[in-house]
Design a protein around this ligand. Structure first.
Ligand code: HEM
Length: 512
């Protein structure tokens, strides 16, 4: 046993002997435990950022993993044609039966999957989704109007206090449920974080708190990614973070099992007239020209659910926080939206808002400062590849490399001395924006493994942000700083204190 442990811990060190000249936190030079610990603290990207400040451009964050804080490294590591693969970090995200488009590490399998689902995210297909997105936004705005009405009547407040994060999560879940499975989860209407889940296809459904489950599964998978071999044993760790996390992974899969089961019910199938993601997945063929099995449908639709819900919700929450807390931004954004949106259109269409520059800058600046994906996404140089030179350092097959997104998005060398500040105007191409900054900006990743849902996410964000600021006035009661915690994505802990009033355009709004 002892010998096995010694081999387990020293192998990565021996494998990385050529890279020992690269500095890093002492623990990280011979064990994965340093990174594991930072993930468990939910502070990975901040810890890596501090390490770069201390050690410079190259930092060893695991024995075989080098973080490179340099714009020049982005294309070299993530770009098309270099052959780098996702590292074993992604094994912690994989289910027992099938790999999904997101967690497969095999290049050919990934290309096949990407080809099979790319039509779901084409401009035409995303255009078909808009009506369902707008229906859910209408319910959301109606609910916030109701909250404003209630609090204005009951406590005679001018503004209603709103806990914004759960509301944005209900909205994002309902939208992705609607787009992926042909019906929303109903979180907005029930005003609750509840979804049905089945342990197996034949099991009866039980209710789970979907948003909580998603958060826990992201955090535990992001942590176990540092020791993917330990995943099967993690439920025995003496830490409830792992026990609840492993349960959450099963429950998350259970939500997809239940939704696919419901959607494939012959009664629903024959009456269905909707073109949802699942219907499109059912048209896809594998490498042998066969349709995807039920298990594969569950795996891929679960990926859409996970990838397309929290990412949008946390970004919306950050947009609201930054816009309301930065002097002058709320007024300028509302002015730009009002100018573009037709009178009486309380739920703006994408056509009305897609070219509003200030709205675009606000969203980009939120992506930069908040960085939903803050961690350096790890890529491995495949065995059999030739050594590669990046930023005048040579790296070898087996080495894992990443570019820390948070560090680049906050670098004063790239963005100037005001890098920490929220300044939408920095995206004005006629004044400040430089090519170097554009190259350093990677909210959706880069290269063959970049986000396939980008068009959908951008449409969703523009329509929701425009509707929110068109319909409500906001203020923050106190001078507050938003706290974040990091799983696979970086999330606000809450935004409880935002206050909304519907008197801006309330009279024009048809209450539900
Ligand atoms: C604000 C919203 C979003 C952001 C910031 C975002 C960002 C990203 C990033 C950085 C990646 C690369 C992850 C990695 O390399 O490990 C990714 C992958 C992916 N995203 Fe998104 N995403 C968003 C919304 C969505 C939506 C709405 C969907 C669709 C349902 C989606 C589906 C996917 C999929 C399927 C992948 C894996 C792609 C592949 O490996 O080929 N994402 N996303």
């Amino acid at each position: 046993m002892l010998a096995a442990l010694v081999v387990y811990y020293t192998l990565p060190v021996l494998a990385s002997r050529r890279r020992r000249d690269i500095p890093g936190p002492f623990l990280a030079t011979f064990t994965n435990f340093w990174l594991f610990y930072q993930c468990r603290r939910k502070k990975r990207s901040l810890a890596v950022e501090l390490a770069h400040k201390k050690y410079g451009k190259f930092v060893r964050i695991q024995p075989n993993h080098i973080s490179i804080a340099a714009v020049d490294a982005i294309q070299a590591i993530y770009g098309h044609g270099n052959g780098f693969l996702k590292s074993d970090y992604y094994d912690a995200f994989a289910g027992p039966k099938h790999r999904s488009i997101f967690n497969t590490r095999d290049r050919d399998e990934h290309s096949r999957k990407r080809r099979a689902v790319s039509h779901i995210f084409s401009a035409k297909s995303v255009g078909q989704f808009e009506q369902y997105i707008c229906n859910n936004i209408r319910i959301f705005v109606g609910k916030w109007n109701g909250l404003c009405d209630r609090q204005q009547t009951e406590v005679e407040a001018t503004y209603a206090q709103i806990d914004a994060l759960p509301w944005f999560s209900y909205l994002s879940f309902d939208i992705i449920g609607d787009l992926a499975f042909g019906a929303p989860f109903g979180m907005l209407s029930s005003e609750d974080d509840l979804a049905d889940a089945c342990k197996t296809v034949d099991a009866a459904p039980t209710c789970v708190a979907a948003i909580e489950v998603l958060n826990r599964q992201g955090e535990v998978s992001a942590t176990l990614g540092c020791y993917p071999q330990l995943k099967p044993f993690s439920k025995y760790f003496p830490d409830t973070f792992f026990q609840y996390g492993v349960e959450a992974i099963d429950n998350m899969a259970g939500i997809a099992i239940e939704r696919v089961k419901r959607r494939l019910n012959p009664d629903v199938l024959t009456k269905n007239t909707r073109v949802d993601m699942l219907a499109k997945l059912m048209e896809s063929r594998d490498e042998h020209g066969d349709k995807l099995s039920r298990d594969e449908l569950i795996t891929e639709s679960l990926t859409f659910l996970v990838a397309g819900s929290n990412t949008t919700a946390v970004t919306l929450c950050s947009v609201l926080y930054f816009v309301v807390s930065t002097p002058g931004v709320l007024e300028r954004l509302q002015g730009a939206i009002d100018e573009a949106v037709s009178p009486g259109a309380d739920i703006p269409s994408f056509d009305m808002v897609k070219h509003v520059s200030y709205l675009q800058w606000v969203i980009w600046e939120t992506f930069r400062v908040h960085s939903a994906f803050s961690l350096g996404l790890p890529r491995q140089i495949p065995k059999g590849n030739a050594p590669v030179d990046i930023c005048e350092q040579t790296f070898y097959p087996g080495d894992v490399l990443s570019v820390p997104t948070y560090t680049l998005h906050h670098s004063t060398d790239i963005w100037g001395p005001d890098a920490e500040a929220f300044i939408p105007e920095r995206w004005d191409p006629t004044t400040r924006l430089t090519t170097h900054q554009k190259d350093a900006f990677m909210p959706f990743g880069v290269g063959p493994r970049a986000c396939i849902g980008r068009n959908l996410a951008e449409m969703e964000l523009k329509c929701i942000v425009a509707a929110v600021f068109r319909n409500f006035e906001f203020k923050l009661e106190q001078d507050i700083r938003m706290d974040y915690r990091e799983g696979f994505i970086r999330k606000p802990s809450s935004l409880k204190w935002v206050e909304a009033s519907w008197d801006k355009h309330g009279s024009a709004y048809q209450k539900l």
